[in-house]
Write a new protein. Structure first.
Length: 506
């Protein structure tokens, strides 16, 4: 049975959907004022895979992911560039779709925009005011957190210990520093909508409650997003939603971990981030291959754990994918011997069981990939013994079927070889540290610059392979193993064929 770590309870729980074989899931999307970075890619990928696995497990998934298209950051960017907010949001929504397509991220079932749900937002705010959970001050409406007894249960914080922080507006008109805006009166030149409290626009948190309840109902199965949204965004969503309906809002809360550079969270505020399109632009591989490389890399760490990003990590992901696509090339070869056909289903069945056990354990993609690696090794051994054309086809289809859950192994063409990225210092060197932060960093801290061992030329590799073949013919297996290990240290994989010859790949 599928179990999910539920942030609300702080433990793994068996998953039971409200409706049999139907899952209703809401994930907080992006605020469309800039290009998406690798942190956004991780969050999008995590919930894309969760959706894929639920569908693989027989569920119909109603997946809603929103766009925040009215926000202080959008207004600021539009003012800086002297253009309308609509122009800004249209540009970056289009850019979002372009980036997600390259990563193989499927569109959600519904992708609502905040500006299209003003009536729902106003109605929800009116309900909270009528229930005495919100109050009006000079055209602004605030949720009164002290009126909701469960405030803090998601983030495990006590209201008495909370103070207004960096993301919470400080306003002396508030009854408590943690009270948050449901509706903001508009300033001159800002976009606005009519409301019972005068022209204005919604606060950040109320948007998601209104949109999720509009499309999924007052209570649904899964709510997700990055760990940075646990507080205050998701905490506030729970307070206003449960306060309005008197019902539980979402039953399972899933949050993905941060992407880090030098053990520090990647974020735009720190300036240590890379956009998705920058990574594609700096790669010399086609978009589909670079997309699979990124997916393989991002899925190699459990979604709740922090993930360190570097060009070396992408290199390792590319080389790992090489191992699979090298096998797929072998599976297409014309050799037709059924010597080992009987062993294939056992290899496949063991992989299926291990794969499903991994994904049922809170979507453990690293263990799921390990299961696929086990099947790759098993099929390679069977190929050495001999597989029929039909068995080869079955093996390839199994890799495609299980790989599709992760969005991997769907390409027909793959370029095997070292990843021709430029040196790390040219690509993923962290940007200069702002002067205001220099004093916070010790002199021992150094920028992230990873270097790989120089590769061997093709002629050097072939000489070593020939030397190893000769050692094998003379039954000097110790020397043959030493050469294999030497080549492996330089990223060269040797494949021995049944006829005694060998071939190599990077």
């Amino acid at each position: 049975m599928l179990s999910i770590y539920n942030q609300l309870t702080g433990k793994k729980e068996p998953f039971h959907s409200l409706q049999p074989k139907t899952v209703r899931m809401y994930v907080c999307g992006v605020t469309v004022y800039d290009y998406c970075h690798i942190g956004h890619a991780r969050s999008a990928l995590v919930f894309d895979v969760i959706r894929r696995y639920l569908e693989f497990s027989g569920y119909q998934v109603e997946f809603v992911k929103n766009f925040t298209d009215v926000d202080d950051k959008i207004i600021k960017r539009a003012t800086e560039q002297g253009i309308s907010c609509d122009t800004i949001t249209a540009k970056y929504i289009q850019a979002y779709y372009e980036d997600m397509k390259k990563l193989g991220i499927r569109q959600a079932s519904i992708e609502p925009k905040a500006t299209e749900h003003m009536a729902d937002i106003v109605q929800l705010t009116e309900t909270l005011v009528a229930k005495g959970l919100a109050y009006q001050v000079d055209g602004d409406v605030y949720f009164e957190v002290a009126k909701y007894s469960g405030y803090g249960r998601l983030s495990k914080r006590r209201l008495d210990d909370m103070q207004a922080g960096a993301r919470v507006e400080v306003d002396e008109r508030k009854r408590h520093p943690m009270d948050f805006a449901l509706w903001k009166s508009s300033k001159p030149g800002e976009p606005s909508w009519e409301s019972p409290w005068g022209p204005g626009r919604p606060g950040w948190h109320i948007e998601c409650s209104a949109m999720s309840m509009r499309h999924l109902g007052e209570t649904f199965d899964i709510h997700g997003g990055g760990m940075d949204l646990i507080f205050p965004h998701h905490e506030n969503e729970i307070a206003q939603s449960c306060g309005a309906t008197g019902k539980e809002f979402a039953r399972y809360w899933i949050h993905n971990g941060f992407v880090q550079i030098n053990q520090e969270k990647m974020s735009k505020s720190l300036g240590n981030f890379f956009t998705i399109r920058e990574i594609f632009e700096k790669s010399e591989w086609p978009d589909d291959i670079t997309g699979e490389m990124l997916r393989y890399f991002l899925l190699g760490t459990h979604y709740r754990s922090p993930l360190d990003f570097s060009d070396q990590s992408l290199l390792e992901a590319k080389n790992a994918a090489n191992g699979f696509y090298g096998l797929f090339t072998r599976l297409k070869e014309s050799e037709d011997r059924a010597t080992a056909d009987k062993g294939l289903m056992g290899v496949i069945e063991r992989c299926r069981v291990a794969f499903q056990e991994a994904m049922d354990d809170d979507f453990n993609t690293p263990m799921a990939i390990a299961a696929l690696q086990g099947m790759r090794n098993g099929v390679n051994k069977l190929l050495d013994q001999g597989l029929s054309t039909e068995a080869r086809k079955i093996a390839r289809e199994e890799f495609r079927s299980l790989g599709n859950v992760l969005g991997l192994f769907q390409l027909e063409q793959w370029q095997i070889g070292q990843m021709p990225f430029r040196p790390a210092a040219e690509i993923f060197m962290p940007p200069p540290i702002p002067r205001s932060r220099v004093r916070e960093i010790s002199q021992t801290d150094t920028p992230l610059v990873l270097r790989t061992q120089p590769g061997l030329a093709d002629t050097e590799v072939q000489l070593k392979v020939d030397e190893r073949n000769e050692a094998r013919r003379q039954k000097n297996f110790k020397k043959a193993d030493e050469i294999r290990q030497f080549l492996a240290s330089h990223g060269i994989v040797i494949e021995d064929k049944p006829d005694g010859t060998s071939r190599w790949k990077r």
